[in-house]
Design a binder for this molecule. Sequence first.
Ligand code: CAA
Length: 240
Amino acid sequence: MARTALVTGGSRGIGAAISQALKAQGCNVAATYAGNDEAAAKFTDETGIKTYKWNVGSYEESAAGIAKVEEEMGPIDIVVANAGITRDAPFHKMTPQQWQEVIDTNLTGVFNTVHPVWPGMRERKFGRVIVISSINGQKGQFAQVNYAATKAGDLGIVKSLAQEGARAGITANAVCPGYIATEMVMAVPEKVRESIIAQIPAGRLGEPEEIARCVAFLASDESGFINGSTISANGAQFFV
Ligand code: CAA
């Protein structure tokens, strides 16, 4: 039976690759996006994957959006909390607003995405929760006190959910991408980006599909004993 998967931030970057990998694996996929209608429409045209617009930082919007997806596509078996933003600044320049926006989207957004689907997963005795964390949640990063805090928080979320879900057939795992060739990384000043690439033993940025492959593996029915884990995919830049 085809599984239904929800991917937040699933129409661009790493999320778009995840949506497509899950579809290729036989899932019915719903992808969310926050604001870029044009990119979402293009993504649906090209892939046939339906997109839904809501702000993951709002519990009400998330719960209503998820209810609509479940009405149209059936109960959600796989949830990928991928939506994330950066508001980089050295700490002495970071504003409370830059802190709060990143916390709302990257951390509270995970709660808002998983919490509404959790009771159904418990009832049906099956679920796959995958949270996209980051190498920078593992090692910290200059100018990313806000982002690193959320990505480290993701690891606490999955380790706790794993313990709560295990008896109900639910797994919760994290993927920590390194620097991947997406708009987010391309927005880093070129000189800084070059110095980052110089620190990656693989000598290159990763591709979104290389992260999607980890997610598809964790999402499969056969991955049921992998629970509370973190898969790092960073070209050997950092080891935990
Ligand atoms: N380590 C040490 N020092 C650094 C540094 C680093 N990684 N990056 C910058 N600096 C230094 C600069 O050399 C500069 O020093 P000087 O003042 O002595 O010249 C200082 O810090 C920067 O000060 P500025 O006042 O110029 O900083 P700014 O307010 O203009 O901010 C910045 C610049 C936002 C920090 C910019 O450099 C930047 O975007 N850096 C990249 C941060 C980064 O890696 N973000 C990751 C984005 S990708 C992502 O997040 C995806 C993922 O999960 C991996």
